[in-house]
Design a protein around this ligand. Structure first.
Ligand SMILES: [Zn+2]
Length: 651
């Protein structure tokens, strides 16, 4: 809370925030960042003079979780002036709004700030309610609006958010200055009041009236097929689809599979599915679903269709532009159901939500004579409007591995954990397997999927992989890191059960993982990568480490065969050979101290017993592994890279 806000305004802001939380908690009213709200108050300048302020929701904030940090104070008179200034255009509007901020540390204000400024009431609330879109995405929207809300509401034909909508509101208010409810065709509802509660009550009234009207229509319920089953075959199809979509997008994408989503259970011949393709329920959704909302079956025609749409609209507007982000975001495959795509998992989630709400809007509109969304030119104007494009690109890629999918075994601790962290730091989406349940919450990132998997159970590996592919869409990288180091035993005293167990985990489980991952790695974006955690012991075995050394040597030999056999599939298979990594669970401080003493060294000297006197940490091994699964190693396969600080026996 800024010290520049007066106590009256603080009271108003908290009222507004409470009302916005009520609206924001209902996904049938607003989705992810949609809708907005405002209140008019005062702001104290550094010279202690007070100016009128418009506090409006900033971009990147949700109504449901809004705080005062998300209410950007704008100089009210300046924003109102934009409505009559010949200097402000739709393209320069966002710069003008940014310039009107009374404190530049607040986020960019909503593009709908002009509507809020135009309204001569202190509190304004705005949502994109499904029911309002359903009733107005129709050929007779004006008559229906009149029938449902009567004289209390003012109906406005669709106008692009920003300057066009602001000017349309000013014009409408000139004849009806006392309006408190505004219904905007194919968009949503604005309500205004002298208190936040009054605006909220009006909002509730609008929704209730709409719901009553829809109830009276007897809209037929959705006829849905039973949910789709997950099978290895569906998983391979999803991985293949991800490869195709990523090729269209020119970058790796994350896919989500929603076997239960009603959108994917309508049946290919459903008239509702066909109707959805007419366009987004409101043009603002174009960023999430594209101009065609949904593809059914093959995606091969999409690039051509998208190019034609851009060319058609560019001719109309005279805009010279390169098509951007032109990949299908929601696809219905007959045997699989709904799959959505995005540059991050969260984008794919948002697309699913918007598709399902679009279906609800379409269901209502079809019962009212047919779904007729805003025409294509409005969709294009919003998709290619500079602030919208900047908003899209602001959600920029989070690192060199954004969109790539990595599987790491043994990811709850030690080297496996460090590998998972290195990939997450590079922006990858990471699946982590471990016997320990701690793996589930090992990282608090939306790009993390921790699964409890005993790698010696091949059925469980297969099941987990299917779930992971439904969550991220495929696999680009496999890092078998799970392993054990049994307590040192001389060969003459070797227990065969310990020997067998070491081979089961370090070798056989990794071989099973390689086999299961292969069909997915074949469909990796830009080729698949395997990087196994082997050991210095392969080249230089240690005393008392027969089982461990043999298990890692066998794994190494398997990987060399994989490098031969899988090169034709574009899969690189390499390995790292770490030594003396002491920051893992195997090495307690007590054990370290004892071993150091055994050699007559300090712990630090013992840790750095190598030619470079380097301390080898899990983090270093993780970073090397991630690098070996990047373009840097795209021309290398079948190689092992030591990470041991230099060892005379290896060199
Ligand atoms: Zn809106």
């Amino acid at each position: 809370m800024s010290a520049r806000t007066s106590s009256d305004s603080i009271f108003s802001l908290s009222q507004l925030i409470s009302a916005s939380h009520v609206l924001g908690s209902d996904p049938s009213l607003v989705l992810r960042g949609g809708g907005n709200c405002s209140v008019k108050g005062v702001w104290t300048l550094p010279d202690q003079t007070q100016v009128e302020a418009l506090y409006v929701k900033g971009s990147g904030h949700d109504l449901g979780t809004l705080t005062t940090d998300g209410l950007t104070p704008l100089r009210f008179e300046q924003v109102r002036g934009y409505l009559s200034s010949p200097l402000v255009s739709q393209d320069s509007l966002m710069d003008a709004l940014l310039a009107a901020r009374l404190d530049p540390s607040f986020p960019a204000p909503s593009v709908e700030s002009l509507v809020h400024a135009a309204w001569p009431r202190p509190f304004v609330l705005h949502t994109h309610a499904d029911v309002v879109q359903g009733l107005t995405d129709t050929a007779s929207a004006a008559e229906i609006a009149h029938q449902v809300w009567g004289e209390r509401a003012l109906f406005l034909p669709y106008a692009t958010p920003g300057l066009p909508l602001g000017l349309a509101v000013v014009e409408a208010f000139s004849s009806q200055p006392h309006t408190q409810i505004l219904i905007v065709e194919s968009h949503g509802v604005f309500t205004a009041g002298d208190s936040a509660d009054e605006a909220l009550d009006l909002h509730r009234w609008v929704i209730t009236q709409a719901a009553k009207f829809i109830d009276s229509l007897d809209v037929p319920p959705l006829k849905l097929r039973s949910p789709h089953e997950l099978s290895p075959n569906t998983s391979y199809q999803i991985a293949q689809l991800r490869q195709n979509l990523s090729e269209i997008a020119g970058e790796p994408l994350i896919l989500r599979h929603y076997p239960n989503s009603p959108v994917g259970r309508l049946g290919e011949d459903s008239h509702l599915l066909a109707a959805m393709k007419r366009g987004p329920a409101t043009p603002d959704h174009v960023t999430w679903v594209g101009p065609g909302v949904i593809e059914v079956g093959s995606v091969g025609q999409y690039p051509e269709k998208y190019r034609e749409y851009v060319a058609r609209q560019a001719t109309r507007t005279g805009l010279e532009t390169q098509p951007f982000a032109g990949f299908p975001r929601a696809i219905v495959l007959p045997e699989i159901g709904l799959v959505t795509a995005g540059r991050q998992g969260e984008e794919a989630d948002a697309t699913r939500e918007i598709c399902e709400h679009t279906l609800e809007v379409v269901r209502i509109a079809e019962a009212l004579g047919g779904y007729r969304p805003a025409p294509e030119e409005h969709v294009f104007d919003l998709e290619y409007w500079r602030p919208q494009r900047e908003k899209y690109f602001r959600r920029e890629r989070s690192g060199p591995d954004a969109g790539r999918v990595v599987l790491v075994t043994g990811a709850a601790s030690g080297i496996g954990h460090a590998c998972a962290k290195a990939f997450l730091d590079r922006g990858a989406s990471v699946i982590g397997w471990d016997l320990s349940p701690a793996v589930v919450d090992a990282f608090a990132s939306p790009n993390w999927l921790g699964q409890v998997v005993n790698v010696t159970n091949v059925d469980r590996q297969q099941e987990a992989l299917k779930e992971a592919v439904a969550h991220f869409g495929g696999l680009d990288v496999f890092v078998p890191a799970a392993g054990i180091f049994p307590s040192a035993e001389d060969l003459s005293e070797l227990r065969l059960d310990a020997w067998q167990r070491t081979l089961d985990i370090n070798t056989t489980a990794a071989v099973a993982g390689l086999k299961l991952c292969h069909p997915y790695l074949r469909h990796a974006v830009d080729g698949g990568y395997v990087c196994a955690i082997a050991s210095k012991n392969v080249a230089a075995p240690g005393y008392g480490a027969a089982a461990y050394s043999a298990s890692k040597a066998a794994l190494t030999q398997v990987l060399r065969v994989a490098a031969l056999e899988w090169a034709g599939d574009g899969i690189r298979v390499n390995m790292v050979h770490p030594d003396a990594v002491f920051d893992t669970a195997l090495w307690t401080p007590d054990l370290l101290a004892k071993r150091a003493e055994h050699y007559g060294l300090t712990v630090d000297q013992y840790k750095r017993r190598n030619l470079l006197h380097a301390e080898i940490t899990s983090q270093r091994v993780g970073e090397l592994t991630a690098t070996m699964c990047s373009q840097v190693f795209s021309c290398t396969t079948g190689a092992g890279v030591p990470i041991d600080g230099g060892n005379e026996r290896v060199i």
